[in-house]
Write a protein that binds this ligand. Structure first.
Ligand code: ADP
Length: 594
């Protein structure tokens, strides 16, 4: 069955469901606040009238009216305080729930989605949107349960004095409403144009601020250049804001002018009614006070709160679109989970294009079986990493099919395929968590298997008893958190250990030895035999020393597999392989001579 599209009301209902009692209590007290604020205005008229006609007889009367006025003011203030208290409490709870929903959805998206910078902007805006939903809901609820009841109260009061007064009031509000609608579309457009610039700004700023980039940026003496790029983007960002701000200011000025004309009209009319003896001075004073109250409230709601909500509404929409996007990508198909061991993989005419439009793999056919140890070699950009990611189920082929145990992947859930594989990519993560967690994160339910973690660490050449690991396995891998810093090679070993700790049928090692010294590199190759035993193993490498452990070599060039075979076959048939082999074997020979 097709899942219903999520809209803003579903999100609001989710928020209300967190604690309906607390939610409605907030707005019950808002209504109370509005009613008593309105009654205060009405009561003021009575106080003024009784003061104007003062004599000994009605002194008691004035005191009674004043007591009523005080009680109304106190009730309104207390209600406003209680309503705010519930609001504050609810704010944190809402944020937690919405961000949790967002994270759950992010976890379900295909990793390929994040290959597109527009999509990454989309996710960032959705996160800001999730944080803003509560503000928008608050404004809507306050409009309905605080401002509207107060406005209606005053409107009815004015109509009861003179219908023309009531109608003039409407003229005060319409320009403001229209201007907000126009501003909303401006802010949406601004957000569309701002998102890519913001991403650029953040990237440049990370080159300067982020520790990992900073060292290289400094060594290259490139800081000034990066600063220039950052400033240029920053200026573009601010100029764009200025352009829209000018447009918004124009609209604001027009609407303010009309509002002021409306106010002058209402006041002029009341003065005229006094002169005609149709209303008392007390009524005039009450109308005057209520108008200034309304003006203050209007400024608060329309200028700041509604304006702010409209400014963030573009992002809220992104949040909702994001939740719906996942629903669409499921295509309403029941996918089978692959539970048995993967014994064979077959790629049939597989092609893959990144969301940027870059085609990385073209018409690849390949058969792999359990026990295969495959070396993939080829020039940079040939498509080796993309091919391995397709095999691991991280990406879906754009055309063609990959079969696991002869079942096409289109019938399988990608998640269940991903669960069967493990990988150590060139760009692995350096998590600032404990050594133990850094390993166990690939199979977190087995986090307490400390003996196994120690064994794996030892086998890649890391000893948790070393004095640099002050708290052994529980040492955080960052000095920021009273832990330790690792070298590039040690990090690579941690990444390898993490990859091995997962239960897997397929293992991919993508240039796994780039940061290792030659001795560690050799040790890893020897280990490779053990970790790939009875599995499907793929090693992407330029180092031919690793190839002697493989039973199949694949050569890739320009998106395609151009040769497959064993070492001796390829030495005869492949020009590329021959070149690579002799360039490296010369090195080995030189080393032997030394
Ligand atoms: P190799 O591993 O052989 O160096 P890759 O598989 O990493 O090659 O890349 C193949 C092609 O796909 C390259 O032209 C590369 O620029 C492009 N590519 C790789 N990753 C992405 C990405 N995330 N988005 C867009 N294009 C990409």
């Amino acid at each position: 069955m097709n899942k219903k599209k999520i809209n803003i009301f579903h999100v609001f209902v989710d928020i209300i469901k967190i604690s309906p009692i607390k939610f409605f209590s907030q707005y019950f007290f808002s209504v109370l606040d509005a009613i008593f604020l309105g009654l205060t205005t009405y009561q003021m008229q009575k106080v003024f009238d009784s003061v104007i006609g003062i004599n000994n007889k009605n002194l008691k009367n004035i005191i009674v009216e004043l007591i009523y006025l005080t009680v109304f003011i106190i009730i309104s203030e207390v209600s406003s305080g209680i309503s705010e208290y519930f609001g504050e409490y609810y704010h944190d709870m809402t944020l937690k729930t919405l961000l949790k929903n967002l994270n759950l959805k992010i976890a379900k998206i295909s990793p390929n989605f994040f290959n597109n910078s527009e999509n990454r902007d989309f996710v960032n805006s959705a996160i800001v949107g999730a944080k803003s939903v509560r503000r928008v809901l608050n404004v809507i609820m306050d409009l309905l349960f605080l401002y509207l009841p107060y406005y209606l109260f005053i409107e009815i009061y004015l109509v009861s004095l003179n219908p023309i007064l009531g109608i003039s009031m409407l003229f005060i509000f319409f320009p403001v409403l229209f201007s907000q609608i126009i501003k909303k579309s401006y802010y949406e457009k601004l957000e569309e144009n701002h998102a890519p610039l913001r991403r650029k700004k953040n990237i440049y700023s990370s080159y300067i601020k982020n520790k990992n980039y900073l060292k290289e940026t400094r060594t290259l003496n490139a800081i000034n250049y990066i600063f220039k790029l950052f400033n240029k983007t920053s200026n573009e960002y601010h100029n764009l804001r200025l352009i829209y701000q000018k447009k918004v200011n124009k609209i604001d000025s027009i609407s303010k002018l009309m509002t002021i004309i409306g106010y002058i009209g209402v006041l002029g009319l009341t003065i005229y009614l006094i002169m005609k003896n149709e209303i008392t001075i007390g009524t005039f004073a009450a109308v005057y006070i209520s108008l200034s109250n309304l003006f203050g409230l209007m400024e608060e709601i329309f200028e700041y709160r509604l304006g702010d909500s409209i400014a963030v509404y573009g992002k809220v929409k992104k949040y909702i679109n994001f939740l719906n996007l996942i629903e669409n990508s499921k295509k309403n198909k029941r996918l089978k989970n692959i539970v048995e061991e993967i014994k064979s993989i077959e790629l049939k005419n597989v092609s893959f294009t990144y969301p940027t439009g870059k085609e990385a793999i073209k018409n690849i056919n390949l058969k792999i079986k359990k026990g295969d140890r495959i070396a993939v070699i080829g020039k940079n950009g040939a498509g080796k990493t993309t091919l391995s990611k397709l095999i691991l189920g991280l990406y879906k082929p754009t055309s063609g099919e990959i079969c696991y145990n002869e079942v096409p992947s289109s019938l399988l859930s990608l998640k269940s395929i991903r669960n069967k594989g493990t990988a150590v990519f060139q760009k692995f993560n350096r998590y600032k968590i404990t050594l133990k967690e850094n390993i166990a994160i690939s199979n977190i339910k087995n986090k307490n298997e400390e003996d196994k973690i120690e064994d794996i660490l030892n086998s890649v050449g890391i000893n948790s008893l070393d004095k640099k690991f002050i708290k052994g396995l529980n040492t955080v891998l960052s000095k920021e958190f009273e832990g330790t810093e690792l070298s590039g090679g040690q990090w690579q070993k941690v990444a390898i250990a993490r990859g091995i700790f997962k239960n897997y049928d397929i293992i991919v090692l993508d240039e796994p030895t780039a940061a290792l010294d030659p001795i560690s590199e050799n040790e890893l190759y020897e280990k490779f035999e053990e970790i790939s035993k009875n599995k499907i193993a793929i090693i992407i490498t330029h180092r031919l020393a690793s190839i002697k452990y493989c039973n199949k070599i694949i050569i890739m060039d320009n998106k395609k597999i151009v040769d497959v075979g064993e070492h001796s076959e390829l030495l005869k048939n492949s020009v590329y392989y021959k070149k690579l082999w002799y360039s490296q074997s010369e090195l080995y020979e030189k080393c032997d001579r030394i």
